[in-house]
Write a protein that binds this ligand. Structure first.
Ligand SMILES: Cc1ncc(C[n+]2csc(CCOP(=O)(O)OP(=O)(O)O)c2C)c(N)n1
Ligand SMILES: [Mg+2]
Length: 795
């Protein structure tokens, strides 16, 4: 691929004809985005009376920025996160590029139509990053840039494709989200390059106008983190006015104008501007010479000529930064929310929508004929051929690959079995087993060479305490710059080698779990974004999955593929105390979409599941995988387990006799208590069964799937849990136990209408040892036996 071909050199922005076309494109995008929302709300039949919604004002404020970016600056290899509420503008841009259909746009916010907020999974290959939860899409670009560097420095990417820039078009309220600052700090530590955040600085969020004081701080924050900050405050008309006599006073007046007053005057229009400016500056003849000759409309146009609405200013700023190189850059582009629409500047305009009457006026001003609303050339004062030629010559329109901008990567072979630590007769925790297996893979020997090369690990300051240490010792820590391990150089004893280099394969993060999940999200999309396949593995303490949960769900929402290892978990981490004891994570694992969750008790199960995970995250119909592990050391059994059952979510440790009246089910590190209770139970109920649950998540999904299939006529559909339960008597009792919320298992009774006594903590834990805590929270052997007695009595 000829790199030059991806970035055709275009003329200077002052080229009058091009500017004229870009201005027409701005009008076109303003029209299409407003119409898309309007027709979804006012024209499409509404069956439920619910407001469909959409954000005409949020779209309007970002029109010039998006026009400049997509039709002038961006190249196909750039990866862009578009602020959620500019979804319709994004869809309209793709439409003009021939990459979006009218049917989809007509279906904005309808089932199967264009999504409210750009979605990788549902809007197709043009979406680089889904957005919706404000702040996350912006921060994601930092991590995708970091990962792009990682791929390049490891020689894993496609050498025929140029690296791109990672760009967020951000709403200003996104800068209120803490995750932005966590990402900024992490980005600074990793010296991330090639990131642009273009902030649509309309000084409005959802509820109101943003206080001025806040944003005085922003520039400094970015600069402190090594970013360049480019402020686009005024457009060319205002800049020209400022150079005239009296212009200084006008600039000072606008600079000092509080955001809320500026917004209100924008809404009110020219007469209000005149009154306000003259009230303060009317005595200045020079000022009057600027203001007096202007009609109300002209004055309003001048006073609202902010940098972010002046496409020449935007293009110039982006071009200049492009020429500067790869320093991360934040553009603060002043805009007005709703610019060009009747509610411009009104503080309540976030969800505001043009009325039918306003839309008719707007339509007339845009020269759009009824029935021609979607026509490509409607309302344009341009020969169609010239317009099409212009679009085809945009840098962004060039084909990155014959398949387009969404890439694919070959699969990495996963050997049939992972290297196993010696288990027989040993006491080992699943966490330690995980560390051992990964360290063995890390040797990169024989069939594990390729697998080892494609794994990238990450952890938010819990690398050593989640047993990633031995892997890191073998594969090194990633840094764009080589940095020595000072302790090692000084010959100070340490179990850890902490040298950093561009070839390291572990990305060490500070303690910010959202960053871990954003990184896993970015690394989990590399096959599509860079054409390189990474197998990302992230470790975190199980309770702190909650801390980064929105970013985890965000990563899964866009179908990122990674392995999450959360350990230690539950109250089994005992003396660490209540705050660290996770109760709800098994339920999160069940409820999270595109995330297959498992909890093994023994290391043989873990090895099967980890192997499965490396393969599953690569499958087109696969998903991310979550393994919940523990630090409790268990005597490892000498046995053969059936991998298919372990992966399906449950296997009989002791199969029940046909028609058995009771079975004990356990999940994870409570296995010894369940086994001890089972041994005792069997003295009275010799036919009882003992079941190891490895994934309520998969069992449950499989069960729902089978029921759905039967409802749609597939009578012979069945599922793993039904087959598992089949030998038991129809009214057999089930006693279940896990170190997590008992609701995780309570549903099992619904499969065949059986009585379940689910055990597990439903309150926060306390510090203690395992016997004490299992007793306190009703999960020890006696508690399981009591539950068996209760189940048998009431069964
Ligand atoms: C995490 C999160 N919290 C709340 C919301 C609800 N919400 C949607 S838009 C918005 C304000 C957006 O303001 P801004 O980013 O400035 O966008 P714009 O002004 O361009 O519409 C909020 C709070 C959300 N989408 N995500
Ligand atoms: Mg805003």
């Amino acid at each position: 691929m000829d790199v030059e071909a991806l970035a055709p050199v275009r003329g200077a922005p002052s080229d009058a004809r091009r500017l004229e076309i870009l201005r027409q494109l701005e009008r076109k995008l303003l029209w299409l985005s407003a119409w898309m929302v309007h027709q979804a709300n006012h024209i499409r039949p509404n069956r439920d009376g619910l407001k469909v919604g959409g954000h005409q004002a949020s779209c309007a404020s970002v029109i010039s920025i998006m026009t400049a970016l997509y039709f002038e600056i961006a190249r196909p290899q750039d990866r862009i996160a578009v602020k959620p509420h500019a979804g319709p503008v994004f869809h309209a841009i793709n439409y003009l590029f021939g990459r979006q259909s009218i049917e989809k746009m007509e279906g904005l916010r309808a089932l199967g139509g264009a999504q409210s907020y750009p979605s990788r999974v549902k809007d197709g290959p043009e979406v680089d990053f889904s957005t919706g939860s404000v702040g996350l899409g912006v921060a994601m670009t930092t991590f995708s840039a970091l990962i792009q560097d990682y791929v390049r420095l490891h020689g894993l990417g496609r050498t025929d494709l140029p690296p791109g820039r990672h760009i967020a078009v951000a709403g200003d309220a996104e800068l209120d989200e803490g995750n932005i600052y966590e990402a900024l700090l992490e980005g600074w530590k990793h010296d991330v390059r090639d990131v642009w955040w273009i902030v649509d600085f309309n000084r409005q969020s959802l509820d109101s106008v943003v206080p001025d004081r806040l944003f005085g701080r922003i520039e400094g924050l970015f600069r402190d983190m090594g970013w360049n900050v480019v402020t686009l405050k005024y457009g060319r008309k205002l800049q020209a006015a400022f150079t005239r006599p009296g212009g200084d006073a006008l600039r000072r007046w606008i600079d000092d104008c509080p955001n809320s007053l500026y917004a209100a005057l924008t809404f009110q229009g020219g007469a209000a501007w005149r009154q306000a400016v003259l009230a303060d500056l009317g005595r200045s003849r020079a000022l009057r010479a600027i203001v007096d000759p202007l009609s109300d409309d002209e004055l309003a146009t001048l006073m609202t000529n902010l940098g972010g609405h002046d496409i020449e200013t935007v293009i110039e700023a982006l071009r200049a930064a492009d020429a500067e190189g790869d320093q991360p850059t934040c553009f603060i582009a002043y805009t007005t929310k709703g610019m060009g629409l009747p509610f411009a500047g009104h503080k309540d305009n976030h969800a505001g929508m043009m009325t039918k009457e306003q839309m008719e006026e707007f339509r007339a001003s845009m020269a759009i004929r009824p029935g021609h609303e979607w026509d490509r050339f409607e309302g344009l004062d341009l020969p169609p051929a010239e317009f099409e030629q212009f679009l085809a010559a945009c840098p962004f329109a060039a084909k990155l690959t014959p398949e387009g901008r969404a890439l694919t990567a070959p699969l990495i072979a996963v050997p049939a079995e992972l290297p196993m630590p010696k288990l027989a007769g040993r006491k080992l925790s699943t966490q330690a087993g995980f560390g051992d297996i990964l360290a063995e893979i890390g040797r990169g020997q024989g069939p594990f060479k390729q697998l080892a090369e494609h794994i990238v690990t990450a952890s938010p300051d819990v690398t050593v305490s989640t047993n990633l240490g031995p892997w890191v010792n073998r594969r090194g820590i990633f840094d764009r710059h080589t940095r020595n391990d000072v302790f090692r150089d000084a010959k100070l004893a340490s179990a850890q080698r902490w040298g950093m280099s561009p070839l390291g394969q572990h990305i060490e993060l500070g303690i910010a779990e959202q960053n871990l999940f954003l990184l896993l999200g970015a690394a989990g999309l590399t096959h599509a974004l860079t054409g390189a396949r990474l197998l990302p593995v992230g470790t975190v303490y199980d309770p702190f999955v909650n801390r980064g949960l929105d970013a985890l769900i965000y990563a899964c929402y866009q179908d990122a593929r990674f392995i999450l290892v959360s350990t230690p978990s539950g109250l089994t981490l005992a003396p660490e105390g209540g705050q660290h004891q996770s109760i709800n994570t098994p339920l999160i694992g069940m409820a999270a979409d595109r995330l297959a969750s498992f909890e093994p008790a023994y290391v043989d199960e873990l090895a099967i599941l980890l192997r499965h995970a490396f393969a599953h995250i690569q499958q087109p119909d696969g998903s991310a995988v979550w393994l919940r592990l523990s630090t409790r050391q268990l005597q490892q059994p000498a046995r053969q387990v059936d991998p298919t059952s372990v992966i399906a979510g449950a296997h009989w440790v002791v199969a029940p006799a046909p028609g058995a009246r009771i079975a004990i089910f356990y999940q994870g590190p409570v296995a010894p208590e369940a086994e001890a209770a089972f041994a005792e139970l069997r003295t009275e109920e010799p036919g009882a069964g003992l079941l190891a649950l490895t994934s309520p998540d998969l069992l449950h999904a499989d069960w729902l799937g089978a029921m759905r299939a039967r409802r749609s006529g597939q009578r012979d559909a069945s599922c793993h849990i039904e087959r598992i339960l089949a030998p038991l008597a129809p009214d057999a009792a089930l006693v279940t136990v896990l170190d997590g919320h008992p609701a995780t298992h309570a549903w099992l009774g619904a499969v065949r209408g059986q009585h379940v006594v689910p055990l597990g903590p439903d309150h926060f834990g306390q510090s203690g040892d395992i016997p004490g805590l299992y007793r306190e929270y009703g999960m020890d052997t006696d508690a399981i036996l009591d539950a068996c007695a209760q189940a048998l009595l009431s069964g």
